[in-house]
Design a protein around this ligand. Sequence first.
Ligand code: ZN
Length: 672
Amino acid sequence: MKNLFEKKDLEKIINEYKKHNVSIDLAQRIYTSRLIGSNPNLVLHGGGNTSVKSIKKDTDGEEYEIIYVKGSGSDLSNIEPKGFPAVKMKPLKRLMKKKFITDEEMVSFIRKNLMDHTAPNPSVETLVHTIIKEKFVDHTHSNSILEITNRPDGLRLSKQLFGKNFIIIPYVMPGYLLAKKVFDMYKQNNNIHGLILFRHGIFTFADTAKESYDRMIKTVNVAEKFLKNQSKKKTFKIKNKKLAMSASEIAPVLKSYLSLKNDYILNFRSNKNLLSLINKKDIKNSLKKGVVTPDHVIRTKPEPLILNLDKCRNLDEANQILKRKFLIYKNNYIKYFDKNKNKKLQILDTVPQIILIQNMGMFSLGRNLREAIINGDVSEMSINVISKIEEKSNFKSISKKDIFDVEYWSLEQAKLKRSMGEMQGKVVIITGGVGTIGYATAKKFKANGAEVVLIDHNKEMINKINHSSKFKGYVCDVTNRKSFKKVMSNICLTYGGIDILISNAGAAFQHSIANIKDRELKKSFELNFFSHQIVASECVNNILIQKKEGCLLFNISKQSVNPGINFGAYGTPKAALLALCKQYALEYGRHGIRSNGVNADKIESGLLTKEFIIERAKARNVTINTYLKGNLLNKEVMAVDVADAFYNLAMSKKTTAAILTVDGGNIEASFR
Ligand code: ZN
């Protein structure tokens, strides 16, 4: 592992932060924390923690000894000053004199001693950082250290490799108990470079940021060198086979077994290395042994679900296997819970968080896409570590009881309980997604926690969307079923399937009805009617496979009930679309799929451009303002109003075959 410390980079950061009144101590802390955070072999996605001890003046004018510790919710790779809450040290040190306090009491006490009461919770390992006398402390879950400690002879090896400068701390649950253990052992010998936390990770410390970081890299290199020189003892049989079904086909089927209490995003990945590991014949035995470091369990559950569909000739046969395997997984999880629970605990969802399909790849679950990807990254890394151990020795994890205690630890569960909005876990696709109404609707659903996919034929705008990373966008001609099917299969790979369709693509065609060219009228029907049928039918079939409730929402337009002169080419397909909306409600209501529409009017958008508004206002001899407010409420109707209507219909769980009018009031377009 390369030491990336550069004096000039450190000075640059110190000078940069000086302008923002950030102390040299904290600036140094930020620099080496980022070096650590950017190395996935040390920490992954918010894992690990670092600290620095310093002096800070409080509002009372007094100077206090404080410790800046990484706060929860921050990632070391891009951490900023606000990611390091400052806590007064003296009261924390006093805590170590207690015989026992609960972790909840510990967190509450640490919070009481924050310099800024609005700061995030400091790491659960704050007390360990406080105990250490050195100024800078770094903690990682280095893969090589885990490769050494997670084997039967891990203790002996750790002593042999690191014993001189390190204390080897036996496995203790993180939190107050671990702090207490470290306190007791460190008291007897504090002339050291760090701690090896058995089957958990490593701490290094020193009086400068550089030296603490150097010690981390140096120690990891000792481990890496040892591992490199150790020859492989075992080779594993790998069976490669081409499966009869694709990952995008199996994804919605898998989802049908996951929709219990919560909605999940199901993300797929596959690569050569991952396949070479999961295709091993006895991979199950290795991976069911447990986790490589305790805090992985909230990302991966105690073990993944491993499936082999090699012999299945079609999806039906695969489904039979899935049914059985998911049931076994569930029963085993309940058994594990019952064995280790105490009275207060409630069982979590009994579904796996990681699903490995041999000869296919990995599916990872999350409450949103980001979480699903993080869970997948953590699992992929841990499969790598476990496989490397198994090649040379035997993988040995902490006990199932210890894994359980961390999985059901209130401090870990608190991370999962934060709601991401009422649309958490829902996948929404919006056609005509980059238009004014489509985009306003996307923002509304995203703000409430949904994963939003925008579909549009506007390549330039979709590219822009994909760069901004707020939404995922696909270029697609929705009048072409093949083109839409391709997008759907990509959606299945990324999200597992869809929940809500907002069929919004459309364009106005103007001509007197007796003189319009057939070609023009057909073109309008292609976009304003058939495209809706293409996307709705594909989405309904996807939702049916997922065995979930779903919702279709159509942008219909007031033209469907209140035709305008020369708007026949637009109004007639929209009238048919109204019928289509009802037809879906009629035929799929019994499957829990709702179908509703919005009739909007006079909204400035791609359909109703500024020029067009000026023209219409002129024709009626009124000002633009009067034209736009020409409704019963005398209020201009905006794209966000349509977005609200779509959202409200999506949330109205007992409403189907309904049309919501968003036009400020127009009695001719109202329903009788
Ligand atoms: Zn840790």
